[in-house]
Design a protein around this ligand. Sequence first.
Ligand SMILES: NC(=O)c1ccc[n+]([C@@H]2O[C@H](COP(=O)([O-])OP(=O)(O)OC[C@H]3O[C@@H](n4cnc5c(N)ncnc54)[C@H](OP(=O)(O)O)[C@@H]3O)[C@@H](O)[C@H]2O)c1
Length: 221
Amino acid sequence: MSVVVITGANCGIGLALAEQFTKRGDDVIACVRSNSPELKATGAEIYDGIDLCDGEAIQGFCEKIAGRPIDILVNNASTYNDRNLVEDIDVDAVRKEFETNVLGPLQLTKGLLPEIVKGGKIVFISSSLGSIEENETGSSVGYRMSKSATNMLAKTLCNELWERFISTTTIHPGIVPTKMSEFSGIRLPEDAAKGVISRIDKLSLDTSGMFWHQDGRQILW
Ligand SMILES: NC(=O)c1ccc[n+]([C@@H]2O[C@H](COP(=O)([O-])OP(=O)(O)OC[C@H]3O[C@@H](n4cnc5c(N)ncnc54)[C@H](OP(=O)(O)O)[C@@H]3O)[C@@H](O)[C@H]2O)c1
């Protein structure tokens, strides 16, 4: 039985993760901006009203669960605001993407670090759009940059936390029909979550600091 903290667990892939972790007997602590009946139905312990752009809310959450050993932290919540070409980009939308996708998870991870156990795992749900090597098109530069920064955070944490026996990974869940993808996509959230959990289960210090597709393919940075 593991204690798993998941952000953005009220819907989409985060909800599917909460459902599958609770179903197999793990204790899920959901850190969400908004609650949902589906999340309540999982039996997860829910902390709502936590906006990742609100430093005080994040700090308040960390204080509330201080002293609880955490086995797995899944930084899943994210926003995708502007899909334009650079010439049409809304810089304020990009700023929001950085606050939500990078700075919020950074603060949350920092705040929860004292509670992450030896042998614990820190997971970032990233995107193949954050891969510089695999980028062959334009558009969505804010989201792309935020996910590249997420990847850098995971890799840096890997180096810093190795000696504390904590491993990190970034995982691309595939293209999944959720609010974020405007419900277009080929893989159901349940299937994506199954693959993500399989990657988390296989994560060890030996494979720490790598970028995976949930289907098991390694993605180039
Ligand atoms: N769907 C895809 O095709 C796809 C592809 C690649 C990567 N991903 C990644 O998969 C992860 C999950 O996304 P999803 O597809 O499941 O999307 P989703 O259903 O839209 O879920 C996004 C989650 O992030 C939360 N969130 C957004 N802004 C927030 C903020 N400022 N503070 C706190 N929470 C916030 C949302 O909360 P609210 O409900 O309150 O808005 C929601 O719980 C994300 O990291 C995403 O980048 C998804």
